[in-house]
Design a protein around this ligand. Structure first.
Ligand code: ADP
Ligand code: MG
Length: 252
């Protein structure tokens, strides 16, 4: 079953045409890895999928629901903020910078949204949050504040916090790019486990090893288009397009 359908998506910022016709489908349970040079539009694409940015043309569907808009006679009209918030709840996002609440413990960070947004009972939210912290290998850090955690631990708390909303899709925007090299592995392991558990994921990363090992599809973006996409192992070993070849030779 197709979970995410991106069709003919364009995005302009003023005169700047950043996404120039993106088509992408992601099946339920698939891991779609996106690579490409800085400025190619990867973050913008992810931000369009959860309506942090509005699109200039095209359509994005998640589970047959049009994201961010309702369509009347072929025209798109913005959903209201409440409707957009409801759609976003189904989509977890993890950023390069973890943005945890600094004055809350790891546990409180993970419990916050289910209590505030989903109105879940505190005891239930706590039970679930402890389970999630265990899942990301941080059961023993529940009472720590972000400043007392390493970057990799903070990022794993951020992943647990996104999972606490029980999203059906997870977006990762260079989740390990801000980390010291020795902390990258633990975060990638959590993402691998999540993929194995059947989570549908869109992952922007420069970790080619992760793409090869965990990715179901790999897309190479440049200049606001998907230049090439396909089986990660095939594409990494034998890229078809000269721009893909050149990019891979720089990051491998
Ligand atoms: P990537 O994530 O691949 O590095 P981005 O999606 O962040 O690329 O950016 C693609 C292009 O869009 C860049 O040229 C960037 O400057 C531009 N851009 C991104 N966000 C904005 C914005 N809010 N306003 C204007 N330009 C933007
Ligand atoms: Mg980016």
């Amino acid at each position: 079953m197709t979970l995410v359908r991106i069709e003919g998506v364009h995005k302009t910022f003023g005169q700047h045409h950043v996404l120039r016709g993106i088509d992408m489908t992601i099946k339920q349970g698939e891991v779609s890895v996106i690579i490409g040079p800085s400025g190619s539009g990867k973050s913008t694409l992810l931000r369009c999928v959860n309506k942090m940015e509005s699109i200039s043309a095209g359509r994005i569907h998640v589970r047959d629901e049009l994201i961010g808009y309702r369509e009347v006679n072929g025209q798109l009209h913005d959903l209201n903020p409440r409707q957009i918030a409801a759609q976003r709840r189904e989509i977890g996002m993890v950023f390069q910078r973890f943005n945890l609440f600094p004055h809350k413990t790891a546990l409180q960070n993970v419990m916050e949204a289910p209590i505030q947004v989903k109105k879940i009972a505190k005891s239930e939210a706590r039970r679930k949050a402890l389970e999630l912290l265990e899942q990301v290998g941080l059961a023993d850090r529940a009472g720590h504040y972000p400043a007392q955690l390493s970057g990799g631990q903070q990022q794993r708390v951020a992943i647990a916090r996104a999972l606490a909303m029980e999203p059906e899709l997870m977006l990762f925007d260079e989740p390990t790019s801000a980390l010291d090299p020795e902390l990258v592995g633990d975060v990638l392991q959590v993402m691998k486990d999540l993929a194995k558990s059947g989570m549908t994921m869109m992952v922007v990363t420069h970790e080619i090893g992760f793409a090869r090992e965990v990715g179901d599809t790999l897309s190479f973006m440049d200049g606001g288009v998907v230049v090439e996409s396909g089986d990660p192992r095939e594409m990494i070993t034998n890229p078809q397009h000269s721009r893909t070849k050149e990019f891979l030779s720089r990051v491998l």
